[in-house]
Design a protein around this ligand. Structure first.
Ligand code: PBG
Length: 331
């Protein structure tokens, strides 16, 4: 018997027949305000420098970043996540908390230009600032030293808040980093500055292009002793619980698309905002396939963002934030 001949037969197609019906019944929406654009600002350059492995993404000069930030605000996105690339690197990453360090200068500029129009977030890590490229200070034996790193993170958090960051986002995966940063911020009277913890951050092959963009590749070893191991899921919930117990205001899962199960489990487990970071390798894969004519680029971009939101992320960090906002506005 055909479905049409049986009026009682469940019919999935009824609600799919027109674009308006599909729009009305869509369970997940992506809005420009959900999107956060990660940006790179490099000391000592006069104009933007393209990043080969991330077509369309650049290392900004201070001026080009100001222009891009104004465009991002115009497009209606939710915020910016700033990464700085200093001219001088040293073992402790001094430029991360220097008041005139590249990222702190950029924060001052953007806060002056934009006020509170966008949420200005600062990635809080040392890997772009250390000469060895690790996310913390290292022992003479070359091991990343957890507790001395926490003091550095607290100092960086205070410098970023002083420079105008609305929110700090520790991404180094040191144990106790949220508590140390909260204590540091509070001691400097930044009691209202929230912490978005990169709580479940995996040691991922998908960060490759970022390391060209941020010039922060480890000069020896890798990040497997501090970032999470890809086979583990329960551990992500432990990391998230720990960060919340230490005072995190919001949590992040990273990368996004290969870890949608983690996004979904974290979103189910907590009652704080959950972000997902669609990382450089996720971006590069789609761009490379599209450049070869193998996929419909715009369709794939919006599908990935929808999938990340559907899994339960409230906010999505994506290098396509501004373009996606424009596509969404176009409808
Ligand atoms: C710094 C940091 C990294 C990314 C964000 N913050 C690199 C890393 O951990 O090696 C990756 C972002 C991306 O790939 O887009 N700790």
């Amino acid at each position: 018997m055909s479905a049409g001949a049986n009026p009682g037969f469940a019919r999935g197609r009824r609600l799919r027949s027109t674009p308006a019906l599909r729009r009305l019944t869509a369970q997940t929406r992506v809005a420009p305000a959900d999107l956060v654009l990660p940006v790179f600002v490099k000391e000592g350059i006069d104009s933007a420098v393209p990043i080969g492995s991330m077509p369309g993404v650049v290392q900004h000069s201070h001026d080009s970043l100001r222009k891009a930030a104004a465009e991002a605000a115009e497009a209606g996105i939710g915020g910016l996540m700033l990464f700085g690339i200093p001219a001088d690197k040293d073992p402790v990453g001094s430029q991360a908390d220097a008041a005139d360090g590249v990222v702190n200068k950029a924060l001052q500029n953007l806060r002056a230009d934009l006020g509170d129009e966008l949420v200005l977030m600062a990635d809080l890590c040392l890997c772009e600032y250390t000469d060895h490229g690790h996310c913390g200070v290292v022992t003479p034996a070359g091991v990343v030293d957890n507790d001395p790193t926490l003091d550095r993170y607290a100092a960086v958090a205070i410098a970023q808040a002083q420079a105008g960051a609305h929110l700090v986002a520790p991404s180094g995966m040191m144990d106790g980093q949220v508590a140390a940063i909260r204590a540091g911020l509070d001691s400097a009277a930044f009691t209202e500055t929230p912490i978005l913890a990169y709580a479940a951050k995996y040691a991922s092959g998908f960060y490759g292009p970022f390391r060209e963009a941020a010039e922060g590749a480890p000069q020896f070893g890798d990040r497997s002793t501090y970032q999470m191991d890809p086979p583990n899921a329960d551990e992500a919930l432990r990391e998230v619980a720990q960060d919340l117990a230490e005072g995190a205001d919001a949590v992040m899962v990273k990368p996004a698309l290969p870890y949608l199960d983690i996004v979904a489990r974290v979103a189910d487990a907590v009652h704080v905002p959950v972000s997902a970071y669609q990382v450089s390798g996720e971006y590069a894969m789609v761009e490379a396939a599209a450049a070869n004519g193998w996929i419909d680029r715009e369709r794939a971009i919006l599908e990935t963002l929808t999938a990340i939101r559907r899994a339960g992320a409230g906010q999505v960090l994506t290098y396509w934030a501004v373009e996606a906002a424009r596509l969404l506005a176009r409808g």
